[in-house]
Design a protein. Structure first.
Length: 524
């Protein structure tokens, strides 16, 4: 990543900032806390400029300090979420006397709670430090996971899953906001993909954990109960570690000197998305609800998440239905994790080096569509083709992180960003609510309607990603036409020369949305 300071997203241009930048009428000067920090330490001008070597060193320190714990948190949220998937083949259904669609309903309850919890998340993250909110919720969902071992029937299992869904709802919005505070738009893609690949590791570890605990033979404390307790304890440790490791903001990073903090803030100021601003603006919420790009993101996320809901909840059950034993089903689910990791890393770095994000989504959906077709139409006796279908469907995993990157890069304004993050994450839960419900007891053991749903939703998601690409290109060209008539509306890039005037510097830290700021350009 040595060349990152020189990389720019496809629509960024090199310009000057020594002219007034127009904002929409009525926009007030509501400056980010990062600007106040720079003023306090006298680093408002060229004095905060850092060389490429210095920026590389600062970036490396940030990578080593915050990315690993974010990776651990995302790994544990996935394992804890899908532990029900593994418990199903470990005797949970029999022990709790689940009948009919009880299991599907328990899986769905998690995402209903997840969806409801996203409603206040946008406001909370606008007022509370994202790292602290993340740490609290990681610890609480660890406790919820451990308490699942105490479930005695369908109702108590339902309660445990509801609490787990409430607390896990914080993970994606928090990690998106944290990542956007520390990196420029072009630097974000590989970092997002690193912590998001924890999902793939979670699939691998989950298979091993399930396999290991299936050898527990204590009739009073069965393997699935022991699994929930151990996973919950590990998650609690991760939550406590998060509290102490991730700073509230770059301004409070103990591992950086004051000069390094100022240099980092100058470096990320070209994002024009801010770092911390706790003012809550109703106008930002209204703009979010009327923003075409947000609705594209939410619909694509919903469609893609139907497939992920099927994979995360029923993959082990599907593999077992192919004729494999429960322990072997857990092990055969592990390659899904490898597919997730490889596809996530490849897409992340391809985007870093100029591939369009929409193309990345389509590239992920194509093998996913093939996988859905194999699951739907391959002969029942062809276990190899059916397993290949399961693995190929996991190639859709990176699509969600591409949406998260779009969200972090293309949405500005403190309130709009936090509300948009909550809205897109809520759409993830909607898709996951729909996914498990496509698995109806009457369709067992092949569940053909559910498999066709996987195929169809991925195809629609790919088409909409191309439509969103077209929208971004059109909107950038429209803004370029405005800029041609008004040189004050030129876009800002990562290597833009810093202004010598305080007024111009302030404009980079104004709490403006991407719609209000005429210099803003969308990456695609």
């Amino acid at each position: 990543m040595a060349s990152e300071d020189s990389e720019k997203s496809p629509v960024e241009q090199k310009t000057g900032l020594d002219k007034e930048i127009p904002v929409s009428s009525g926009a007030s000067r509501d400056l980010d806390q990062a600007y106040r920090f720079l003023q306090q330490y006298g680093e408002s001008g060229e004095s905060a400029q850092a060389s490429a070597a210095e920026l590389k060193r600062i970036r490396w320190k940030v990578d080593l300090y915050i990315i690993p714990i974010m990776f651990v948190c995302y790994t544990m949220q996935f394992i804890d979420k899908v532990s029900l998937n593994y418990a199903a083949v470990m005797g949970l259904n029999k022990d709790l006397k689940l009948k009919g669609n009880n299991f599907s309903n328990a899986a769905t309850a998690f995402f209903i709670a997840y969806l409801i919890a996203e409603v206040p998340t946008g406001y909370i993250l606008n007022k509370i430090s994202a790292p602290k909110w993340l740490a609290l919720n990681v610890t609480l969902w660890g406790i919820s996971t451990a308490c699942t071992a105490a479930a005695r029937d369908y109702k108590t299992l339902l309660a445990a899953r509801i609490f787990l869904g409430i607390f896990e709802a914080a993970i994606a919005p928090c990690l998106v906001l944290i990542s956007s505070q520390w990196y420029t738009k072009s630097e974000q893609a590989p970092r997002f993909c690193i912590w998001y690949s924890g999902l793939g590791l979670g699939q691998i570890i989950g298979g091993l954990v399930s396999f290991g605990f299936q050898h527990v033979k204590n009739p009073d404390f069965t393997g699935w109960k022991a699994m929930f307790v151990v996973l919950g304890a590990v998650t609690c440790v991760a939550g406590i570690a998060t509290y102490f490791i991730i700073p509230d903001s770059p301004m409070k990073a103990r591992f950086l000197t004051e000069k390094e903090k100022a240099a980092l803030l100058k470096h990320v100021s070209c994002n024009q998305t801010g770092v911390i601003n706790t003012s809550f603006k109703m106008a930002h919420i209204i703009e979010t609800l009327l923003d075409v790009q947000i609705w594209f993101m939410t619909i694509i996320t919903t469609l893609i998440s139907v497939s992920s809901g099927v994979v995360t909840t029923y993959s082990a059950t599907l593999i077992k239905s192919f004729g494999y034993s429960a322990p072997r089903s857990a092990l055969l689910n592990m390659p899904s994790g490898a597919v997730s990791i490889i596809s996530t890393v490849v897409i992340g770095f391809a985007i870093r080096y100029k591939m369009y994000r929409s193309v990345g989504i389509v590239a992920c959906c194509i093998p996913g569509i093939i996988g859905g077709a194999l699951l739907s139409f391959a002969p029942e006796h062809n276990q190899g083709a059916l397993l290949a279908g399961i693995y190929l469907v996991n190639s859709i995993v990176p699509t969600l992180i591409v949406i998260y990157q779009w969200l972090a890069s293309n949405v500005a304004g403190s309130t709009k960003r936090s509300v948009s993050a909550a809205l897109v994450t809520a759409s993830f839960s909607i898709g996951n609510i729909i996914g498990p419900q496509t698995f109806q007891a009457k369709d067992a053991p092949r569940y053909i309607p559910a498999k066709i749903a996987v195929l169809a939703t991925q195809a629609c998601g790919a088409v909409l990603a191309i439509c969103l690409l077209g929208y971004y290109i059109w909107e950038n060209k429209r803004r370029d036409r405005v800029a041609a008539q008004n040189s004050q509306a030129l876009p800002v890039s990562e290597d833009t020369t810093l202004s010598q005037t305080t007024s111009a510097e302030q404009k980079k830290w104004d709490n403006l949305t991407d719609k209000e700021n005429l210099t803003f350009r969308y990456v695609y």
